[in-house]
Design a protein around this ligand. Structure first.
Ligand code: NI
Length: 164
């Protein structure tokens, strides 16, 4: 947090030209795994492109969360399917050691392409929807603390969640 690259709108990937994102995606999954992240966006490793990865079977940082399929999403688009939001605790590898309570749409449809150029089109809710909204925010230069409704609900992980 604080790096101007994280506050910039990331550039779309040119799908028509064909693309080789293999090394970027490998770096992203390595970074995510090393820190037990639920997801990661390319700007978080210094690459201002519209690429996110996410997914896990279970995650020690989010013990209550159900599994989310391992996904690469290029040029994602999100459409909220409800006006209803719900608040949930989030962390971010770019804001280490902190957690905040963030409102997100409960149900969304998201679309994009995977690393092979295949289309992805899913309707999801709950933690899956939260992760996608969080990661896609990174592509628009938004970090989760900017979305916390009440900053009393922002603090150190070890204070808020000493059991983790
Ligand atoms: Ni993040």
């Amino acid at each position: 947090m604080g790096d101007p690259l994280l506050y910039r709108r990331a550039e779309p990937v040119d799908i028509s030209a064909g693309f080789d994102l293999d090394s970027l995606i490998e770096d992203m999954f390595d970074t995510m795994a090393a820190r037990n992240g639920a997801g990661l966006a390319a700007p978080q490793i210094g690459v201002s492109k519209r690429v996110v990865v996410f997914g896990f079977q279970s995650n020690p940082r989010y013990p209550e969360a159900g599994s989310v399929p391992t996904t690469v999403l290029v040029n994602p688009e999100i459409e909220p399917l409800t006006d209803r939001t719900e608040e949930g605790w989030e962390g971010c590898l770019s804001v280490p050691g902190m957690r905040g309570l963030v409102p997100r749409y409960r149900q969304i449809r998201y679309r994009g392409h995977d690393q092979k150029g295949e289309r992805i089109d899913r309707t999801v809710d709950g933690f899956h929807a939260r992760v996608v909204q969080h990661e896609c925010d990174h592509l628009d230069g938004i970090l989760y603390p900017m979305r916390i409704a009440d900053l009393h609900n922002f603090g150190y992980e070890e204070v808020l969640f000493p059991q983790l």
